[in-house]
Design a protein around this ligand. Structure first.
Ligand code: SF4
Length: 364
């Protein structure tokens, strides 16, 4: 029998779904002192235990009781694909046999886990393989926390996970409550212990949630996938923009800054002939005038299903120089993972295609 978590009826009762107070409550309800909760969490987050019988300072009887009631992990790693540029893509299988991706990125001492928040995505951005499969379901808190644990467990002895970005498959703000719970577990001293300023949430611009995040009291970084200087271009790239509207996003971003005093990052994927001209750069500079922000430029990663291609080196440099001329902080990002068909959703897409072909697995 699978028990469901009291906090959320859709979640399996697993340690990675629980906060410290919730686990203390569980321990107390089982007749154990509250300090057992910290012991269990230390085994999971510090020592990498995956089963209760590895937790040698817990009484044997308590280990057995826990194992009968809940589980430590609710996912397992299906495969890890390595790339020449240092990225490693994990295909993670939750309890219901879906598949999600998380990615380990190494850039010098900065070691980042890129986490998925949904199985599939409803946003259907026109440069992203994830949107092609539609939305299957939201991931639970534990399923997000475990992606990071899988990455952490894969690191070399002298490596340390330094950053977490919610930039994998899914729109984090369409799964707001679970994402924020996951962030708190990743950030807490009894959990993964990653500083909030090293955690980034990326959104296409769900306005209500941007403002909600501003009041959470979390020092996390907010990244907004802008990708265009106006609504007519943005709606071609991100269909959901027709309902959102770029002005509402910028207004929300300005309000977010007023409340949190934290800079926002704008992500901008450059697509040849769509949003990469000098005029587009001028319009973008006007749109963001006076904002405390960083702009991350990334040439589009070609996806077999879409015809969009990255611009020439010269066009990219002209675009960046134009923004720089207007006093905006611009960073040109490197593409990672594209050459193994594994950038944002492509690995999962390939896996699903393989399974479709073999008639073993159906994804909507
Ligand atoms: S870019 Fe993000 S929000 Fe857009 S379809 Fe892909 S996963 Fe969804």
């Amino acid at each position: 029998m699978r028990l469901r978590c009291a906090m959320d009826k859709t979640e399996i009762l697993s340690i990675t779904n629980m906060s410290l107070p919730e686990l203390e409550e569980l321990c107390t309800s089982m007749g154990e002192p509250t300090y057992r909760a910290r012991q269990i969490l230390s085994w999971v987050y510090d020592k990498g235990a995956t089963t209760f019988d590895q937790m040698s300072n817990l009484p044997k009887n308590f280990q057995r009781q826990l194992a009968g009631l809940c589980q430590v992990y609710q996912t397992k790693v299906d495969s890890v694909t390595q790339t020449a540029d240092g990225a490693e893509k994990f295909l993670v299988r939750p309890f219901d046999e879906n598949v999600v991706e998380c990615v380990l990125l190494r850039e010098g001492k900065r070691i980042t886990a890129c986490v998925s928040t949904q199985v599939g995505c409803a946003m259907a951005c026109r440069f992203c393989a994830s949107g092609l499969l539609g939305l299957e379901r939201n991931l639970t808190t534990g399923e997000m926390v475990e992606q990071v644990l899988h990455v952490k467990g894969h690191l070399l002895p002298d490596e340390r996970l330094t950053n977490i970005v919610f930039m994998g498959i899914g729109e984090p703000f369409m799964n707001y409550d679970n994402v924020i719970r996951a962030v708190r577990i990743m950030n807490s001293e009894w959990g993964l212990g990653i500083g909030a300023r090293h955690i980034t949430i990326s959104t296409v611009g769900i306005v209500d949630s941007i403002l909600r995040l501003a009041h959470e009291g979390l020092q996390v970084n907010l990244a907004i996938s802008l990708h265009a200087p106006d609504d007519s271009i943005r709606s071609k790239i991100i269909p959901s923009n027709k309902k959102i509207g770029i002005k509402n996003i910028i207004d929300a971003a300005r309000e977010y800054f007023e409340i949190t005093r934290r800079d926002i990052s704008f992500e901008y994927i450059l697509i040849e002939g769509v949003n990469a001209s000098g005029q587009d750069a001028e319009s973008l500079a006007r749109l963001l005038k006076g904002m405390q922000c960083n702009i991350n430029i990334l040439p589009v990663n070609p996806v077999e299903e879409f015809s969009w291609r990255p611009p020439s080196r010269e066009t990219i440099e002209t675009f960046c120089r134009t923004l720089d001329k207007h006093g905006l902080v611009v960073t040109l990002r490197k593409k990672k993972g594209g050459h193994i068909n594994a950038a944002c959703g492509q690995l999962r897409l390939q896996r699903c295609k393989f399974l479709w072909k073999n008639e073993k697995y159906l994804v909507k």
